[in-house]
Design a protein around this ligand. Structure first.
Ligand code: CDP
Ligand code: MG
Length: 747
């Protein structure tokens, strides 16, 4: 038999036959037209050989002949700037373990480079695969879809993706796009990432927390695994810093091809950037020549609102000003994949022959800044904001806050307009503001995140000395201390900061440590089933719809599910009703509920349930008619979230316990009656501080469940503290009494 190492084709012979492909037997495999990869020697390929394999009669990955669509796309791929650098790239990767690659957005980094690496390493021969990480889940999904098309394979087979709660890969997968968080999670169970022959860290300039940690991890792994290759890619990058960090790695710069972009500023600051963005877009449509528009907004709600307004007002101007038809498409992370693909559709045709041209308007989050390239964009509207993670370690609050972008980000956004021809960028802020108010670069996320989850993951990886972890930018000591403190209070770390059995269990769940602790604690209260449902519901976007034109009806529908104990139980009610509905999609529509979110919650619940079962966490429920049914669930919630408690002070204001922040119950809460003690799931930072998703608890539970945290002498004075002190005193007296009685009996 031929040497299997040099005959990659044999390696998937088996799979191909499983699929019923038309082979007579294995003997045709060594020679002949099917073996597209025959000329490739792993680790030694040339650009010419790779191109020949791409042009072969049959697909080396599947053994099938190539489709016409494949050939059409291949021609376009050959035009991409990175393809002209293929040989240079291969030379570098052959001779180095790390390569840093910088290239303009749209030059082909994300879609092409991983393919070059696959062809070069042929990881499938050794049963290995290549991973390419993305900071954003939409990008991972969308790019995987595109590359599957480019390689003429079915998404989820040879090319797949992996994002939290969604795995779309198979045993055949050789190239996987995944979020940086997912790869980090994998490293917890496979510390050397031994399944992978190469890791490509994309969008490194974003400096997400997960990518930063992965970079450090890869340095470590690479020093122990000489066979692994690491490519670090980005659109703009302080390349020297990256090169130096990766032991003086070589740099490959891919010259981009961009066209000039004219920048316009507003003369005065805009009060309402959403309104202003819509006006600008419609004005462009009415007055500017052909070309699609990209608007940057900050999140789902804003984007949907903008799309709605654009559709409504667009119809008016199309009629009155005789403009062309509009295609308006939203893009954000929780959009289902088929909707995400809509951004690549062509602008609509004119309504009549020779009529005004149609136009596409994409309304997107930051994901369109560098992660996804949409061809045909000529006009960019940049209000200058994005949602960014902020963390205040002093009050232990992490929140997504709409914040001004950096100048570097503004430049990237503008660049999107000059991809195919000269374009225009409309900045909805003043030039003075650009120069004076925007910061040069966004701070790396590691400096502005709650590190609880990451510290736990690192502990699991056996990395104990966090302070000396070789990070590109070390994390702030106070932030690190807070993380250790949180984990300690949750019982995940012992006094020597070692992982406890609870810590191990928590780290198994792909969710926040507090949420995981809540599930684990539910065993004690006999209600893991219910708490799993609540945890799943807390892991999806808002399920309650409240369309502007039907707010009253929506509120009434929600009231049907409202539970007097609070929002968590209300979510549980919704989930249970959803599960018992016979036509879930129609039922959701009738009840103003987001079907997509509920379906996703159901799926997440199943995954969490599996993690629970794997970790010997029993699935329990209490008797529904027992008066203890709901209190027990609330106690389990408290066991996870005892650090997020607010007390209603006599002046009618809620004050967070221990941190003494004034907060308001979010208007969406069902707790109109303002109970005295609540735990909350989320702290929302806006002009005012809100707590969202709240449930009533009893103060004595806090002392019972989290005595170590409620060491009251450490608490700043407030009414809540005084009440807790009284309870503690009463408890002490009762305990004394009991002990006295016991001693008396013994005598
Ligand atoms: O990663 P980078 O920004 O360098 O580029 P890319 O994402 O690899 O995209 C390269 C090119 O592929 C784009 O310029 C598009 O022309 C094309 N592409 C596409 O047509 N459809 C997609 N879904 C993704 C990429
Ligand atoms: Mg890219």
């Amino acid at each position: 038999m031929a040497d299997i190492k040099n005959n990659p084709y044999l390696a998937h012979m088996h799979d191909a036959m499983d699929e019923g492909a038309a082979y007579n037997n294995g003997s045709t495999s060594t020679k002949g037209t099917n073996s597209a990869f025959d000329a490739l020697v792993p680790g030694k390929t040339t650009a010419a050989q790779q191109e020949a394999a791409e042009e072969a009669l049959h697909n080396g990955l599947t053994g099938r002949s190539f489709s016409q669509k494949y050939k059409d796309i291949l021609a376009k791929r050959r035009e991409l700037p990175v393809n002209k650098q293929r040989q240079n790239f291969l030379d570098l990767i052959h001779n180095n373990q790390f390569v840093v690659l910088v290239g303009e957005t749209g030059s082909g980094k994300t879609t092409q480079i991983p393919q070059y690496v696959v062809l070069d390493m042929l990881p499938q021969i050794e049963g290995k695969i290549i991973a390419c990480t993305q900071p954003r889940r939409v990008a991972a999904m969308s790019v995987a879809q595109r590359v599957a098309e480019e390689l003429d394979v079915k998404l989820g087979q040879e090319v797949g993706y992996s994002i939290r709660f969604e795995e779309c890969t198979s045993s055949k997968t050789v190239l996987k796009y995944c979020t940086d968080g997912m790869l980090l999670r994998e490293a917890m169970s496979d510390n050397m990432l031994s399944r992978y022959s190469a890791i490509i860290l994309d969008e490194a300039h974003e400096r997400t927390l997960n990518t930063d940690i992965l970079m450090s991890l890869m340095k470590n792994i690479a020093s122990k695994r000489r066979d692994i290759k690491v490519v670090v890619m980005s659109a703009t990058l302080d390349s020297e810093k990256f090169q130096k960090y990766f032991n003086d790695a070589p740099l490959l710069t891919v010259p981009g091809r961009t066209f000039p972009v004219e920048i316009y500023y507003t003369p005065e600051p805009e009060r309402d950037y959403l309104e202003s963005a819509i006006k600008t877009a419609l004005q462009i449509h009415a007055t500017e020549p052909e070309g699609d528009i990209l608007i940057f907004l900050t999140g789902e709600e804003e984007i949907e609102e903008a799309c709605r307004l654009l559709r409504a007002r667009g119809d008016d101007i199309i009629r009155s000003a005789n403009c062309g038809p509009l295609l308006i498409v939203p893009l954000y992370s929780t959009l289902p994949p088929n909707m995400q693909q809509k951004i690549f559709e062509k602008a609509p045709e004119p309504r009549t022959k020779g009529g005004a041209p149609g136009r596409k308007i994409v309304v997107s989050t930051n994901v369109a800044e560098t992660s996804l390239t949409i061809d045909g964009i000529v006009y960019v509207i940049d209000p200058g904001f994005s949602k960014q993670k902020v963390y205040n370690p002093r009050v232990r609050v992490e929140s997504l806050l709409v914040s001004p972008i950096s100048r570097a980000a503004a430049q990237q956004r503008a660049g999107r307009a000059g991809r195919t021809r000269p374009g225009k960028c409309f900045r909805l802020y003043t030039e003075k503001s650009y120069n004076n108010d925007l910061i040069e670069q966004t701070y790396p996320e590691i400096l502005r995140s709650n590190l609880g989850s990451i510290v736990l993951q690192l502990k699991k990886l056996g990395i104990n000395d966090l302070v000396h972890l070789d990070l590109m930018d070390p994390c702030a000591p106070e932030v690190l201390m807070r993380a250790l403190e949180l984990l300690h209070y949750l019982g995940a770390l012992d006094d020597d900061a070692n992982l406890t059995p609870i810590g191990h269990a928590i780290s198994e769940f792909p969710i926040d440590p507090q949420l995981a602790k809540m599930i684990i604690s539910a065993v004690e209260y006999g209600c893991t089933n219910e708490v799993l449902s609540i945890a799943a519901m807390l892991s999806v976007p808002n399920v309650f719809l409240r369309p502007r034109e039907a707010q009253r009806a929506a509120d009434m529908a929600k009231a049907e599910f409202a539970h007097m104990d609070g929002d968590h139980m209300t979510l549980l009610n919704v989930y249970h009703s959803y599960k018992s509905s016979s036509e879930p999609s129609q039922w959701c529509w009738d009840n103003f509920l987001q079907y997509r979110s509920l379906k996703s919650a159901d799926n997440i619940r199943e995954q969490l349930r599996r993690v629970a079962v794997k970790n010997n966490i029993p699935l329990l429920s209490n008797n529904f008619s027992s008066p203890e049914y709901y209190p027990k669930i609330r106690k389990a919630l408290t066991a996870g979230y005892f650090m997020q408690v607010a007390h209603l002070e006599r002046n009618g204001q809620y004050l967070t316990v221990k941190d003494n922040q004034i907060v308001l119950l979010h208007p969406s809460s069902v707790l109109e009656r303002k109970p005295e003690w609540v735990i909350y799931n989320e702290f929302v930072l806006t002009k005012r501080h809100y707590i969202r998703t709240a449930t009533e608890i009893k103060p004595e539970w806090l002392l019972e469940i989290a005595a170590h945290y409620y060491e009251l002498s450490n608490f700043p004075p407030c009414e809540g503290k005084r009440i807790l002190e009284k309870i503690a005193l009463r408890n002490a007296i009762v305990q004394d009494e009991q002990e006295r009685k016991k001693r008396k009996k013994e005598k």
